[in-house]
Design a binder for this molecule. Sequence first.
Ligand code: CA
Length: 353
Amino acid sequence: MPSSLPFLRIAAEEAFAPPEILGQYRKLIAAEPSLDPGFTSLMGFYLGSSPRAVQVMSRMTDLGEIRLRDMDETGIARQILSLTSPGVQIFDAATAVSLAGLSNDYLADGIRKHPDRFAGLAAIAPQTPAAAAKELERGVRRLGLKGAIVNSHTRGEYLDNPKFWEIFEAAAALNVPIYLHPNTPPPAMIGPFLERGLDGAIFGFAVETALHMLRIVVAGVFDRFPRLQIVLGHLGEALPYWLFRIDFMHRAMVAANRYPGVKKLERKPSEYLKENVCVTTSGMAWEPPILYAQSVLGVDRVLYAMDYPYQFVPEEVKVTDGLPISEADKKKLYQTNAERVFSLGSMGVEASL
Ligand code: CA
């Protein structure tokens, strides 16, 4: 790994999965293929025998040699790991709670062996909000994890439903972020996406996750938990592009009292999206939207991510390396923003090399 760089590359949205959970996915697809067509399509593919699927999954379960070699080859100093989508959120509540614990123990084990190279986010089971809050607390306090990952909807339900708010309460109290990662659109939404193969990372992920994020904003979650921080991948799932129109229309809707469920917020929607949300560059190695996100949200709120092993394209690092921004801002993008948002502690350039 090059040691002459004035920053470390920390990749903030990198997936893993214990073999046990992949086995449970397989079982679920075989037993209930119509439970969630998006899940069956996505995991049915990645658990299949195509060369791409086999390659991705061989990397997915590894928290050692393979992953470290790939990181070294691409100059990634540290990965912030999270259980792959849809996490445990596809399972029934009891299975989900037990597999979240299993996944977090597996992750903590991997981090313990390579503490300079890995950090991680806790998998939680929103199906049982109290257990999810408890597992987040165990993950942070006992396992040293740095936040939680929620893979968007949980069996068609969204976190803006107040029954889930104890998860936000726990994250705010622990001062850790929630990474709101994509999931395939739920059964009620997926039809028009699936017909044209647009359900996954190509587009459906972003539409569904952006919807989830906006539901959280307009439900007033950040008025109730002003310190709560949420991290979005894929440069904010296109939301930074929409801020002006969202503010304009939200103000008009509230003034017209058009929807009983839409209430006035303490701030404009865009203000929450700028002050309670950070975004990562996962899967978006493209200069114009990275610069745009930095200009709209601020350079302190855009973090680097690769989206390994799904989008492991070594050349993509060069795009971020080559951005026309100052070295100081590049260090924020690659290193110090992640250290701040995930409380990693300063690693120093030499620390992990
Ligand atoms: Ca991802």
